[in-house]
Design a protein around this ligand. Structure first.
Ligand code: DX5
Ligand code: ZN
Length: 229
């Protein structure tokens, strides 16, 4: 059955940017046509890598008041830290349910602070983790690599999982954004969009290219081909 798609959005992951020139890099991708900025927060516990945290989100919020800050927290204790990222200026906070003791309450607290809330689902995590939560969410992130590092290859069975997710959301009568993160590039953007993704996160496929506008346009073009059929 054809999927009713929400508008396509491209979210460059700043993990692949030059952190020494972060503000400049963010402005460059926004000027090049990015819809959201995807901010990967890692704590060295939930995933074996450390990136950035609250002060950086706060600075980005101040420097880029109109940018949509999509903050993906790959950290322990999202129940405490998730709401603090909304306070720091995140528009959306997406957390991993395995790391949370009280996911429903965390979603509520993010909402109470005026943020949007998402759940990130790892390649090995079943979609059943959405049961009793999906109704309250703004976004579901399907991880197409294991979290922790940029530049990995897209895991193929993400595509059938996305189809299963569409079936599940239809059965639950839930209509929310679906995001895909990890190994996204122009070459697989159409297949990912066809499987039901609304927001494509791409790090290396944008920031490791010479021309950001060209890189974003190529992903958007490939994914949009699906919308016209
Ligand atoms: C992985 C991160 C991704 C990553 C994507 O843990 O959540 O956002 O930066 O990078 P690429 O597009 O290079 O796979
Ligand atoms: Zn991410």
């Amino acid at each position: 059955m054809p999927i009713t798609r929400r508008p396509l959005r491209i979210a460059p992951s700043i993990l692949a940017s030059d952190f020494a020139r972060l503000g400049e890099e963010c402005r460059a991708v926004l000027d090049a046509g990015a819809d959201w900025l995807h901010v990967d927060v890692m704590d060295g516990h939930y995933v074996p890598n450390i990136t950035i945290g609250l002060p950086v989100v706060k600075s980005l919020r101040a420097a880029l008041p109109d940018a949509f800050l999509d903050v993906h927290i790959m950290i322990d204790n999202p129940d405490v830290m998730g709401p603090r990222f909304v306070d720091a200026g995140a528009d959306l906070v997406c957390f991993h349910p395995e790391a949370s003791r009280h996911p429903h309450s965390t979603i509520q607290r993010i909402h109470d602070l005026g943020g949007k809330a998402g759940i990130a689902i790892n390649p090995g995590t079943p979609l059943s983790c959405l049961d009793y939560l999906a109704d309250d969410l703004d976004l579901i992130l399907i991880m197409s690599v294991n979290p922790g590092f940029g530049g990995q290859s897209f895991i193929g069975n993400t595509l059938p999982k996305l189809h299963d997710l569409q079936d599940k959301l239809t059965a639950m009568d839930v209509d929310i954004d679906v995001q895909v993160d990890g190994g996204v590039r122009a070459e697989n953007a159409a297949a990912i969009r066809r499987a039901g993704a609304d927001i494509l996160v791409a790090g290396s496929a944008i920031f490791k290219q010479q021309d950001y506008a060209e890189a974003i346009a190529a992903i958007r073009h490939q994914a949009s081909l699906v919308d016209t059929v």
